[in-house]
Design a binder for this molecule. Sequence first.
Ligand code: HEM
Length: 408
Amino acid sequence: MTAHTDPITFDTDFVQDLHARYAQLREAGPVHRLVNETGLPIWVVTRYEDARALLADPRLGKDAQTIFRLVMDRFAAVAPETEDGRFAGAGFDMHMLNMDPPDHTRLRKLVVKAFTARRIESLRPRIEQITDELLTAMAGESEVDALDAFAFPLPIRVICELLGVDESRRDDFRVWTNRLLDDIDAEASGQAAGEMAAYLTELLAAKRENPADDLLTALIEVSEDEDRLSETELISMVFLLLVAGHETTVNLIGNGVLALLTHPDQFAALRANPDLVDGAVEEMLRFDGPLMHTTFRFTTEPVVVGETEIPAGEFVWIGLAAVNRDPARFDAADSFDVGRDAQGHLAFGHGIHFCLGAPLARMEAQIALRGLISRFPDLALATAPENLVRRNSSLIHGLQALPVRPAS
Ligand code: HEM
């Protein structure tokens, strides 16, 4: 067994040059031990077949309390306070993405009952209407930030409508989720977490008083029927849906538009044949998806990847952006090709934590792109691609801004 000991730092430079860095690692070996900016060692899996197998492997756990204890072991001196021996999180860390079976199974079953295909499909006309409104507002502008004007407001409106969140709080959500996902300033992100938890508690109380035809009410009803969801679990679930359902879709649309604008032949192919849009969205997820890697997992026992043994109690990321460009799985993997069959990509994960919101995200992105292309067939970047800067998040792969000219 060989162990990779050179510590590569997963830092700003890495994130700004993600695909090239991941390509180097993938070529060098199937798994590498990196450290993040806080010095935490993390094993990153870079090849498709290993990734798919490990995402379905119960030896990799996700339970938040264990993850917290492992972090505490590394940084005993700086560990946050705990209450009753439990990680004193922001009050909404008890969601299914932080759990292993049987708790994961219990929570996922409940939300699946409320998050039905019918409920998602019923959003289609609203998504089309919101898309149309946003595009109409863009039409008068000579230059706009496509993230601000389009990619951001669409998913936040949709997820807020789905859940039944008050329109006037949408901007707060942008601030909160941005701080939570991007911020390495613990105070700012702690404050955002606190404000969001307080709002969600209030919102749940309001829905209990005045039930509505929305997902939040459905979740309350499902949880009361079965009496199997605690208040903290309910708040955590809503928090997860809001955060997971928002920043990801924003950047699928943002990165997808960028791919089109930097590959004029592919943009032309899509304009000529809008039926390619659904496949193009899969290719966008594969080629430049919104998550660099999965959330944290840990090894519950030693796990061998290639010739390397990852000891028990170590952190693992599946490098989604690396595995989706593995040439062993996808031909000409670094080429953006809207006509290819990109199915099988792992941008939504795999296994028991496979993205619950994938059908919604797909529908939103398909509607958004169809609308954008037909309204602005001459859409162009308003700056040279090399001027575009990636966000400094260690999870979300997105741009800081995407200046475009809507029409010629
Ligand atoms: C889980 C990606 C949109 C809700 C995941 C995971 C990935 C992912 C990779 C698994 C993470 C892991 O295993 O560590 C994406 C992408 C999206 C997107 C690329 C958009 C392009 C959404 C939307 C929603 C959502 C719109 C909800 C409205 C969830 C939930 C989980 C999840 C609840 C946890 C599932 C579980 O633990 O069983 N997503 N997601 N996602 N996603 Fe998404």
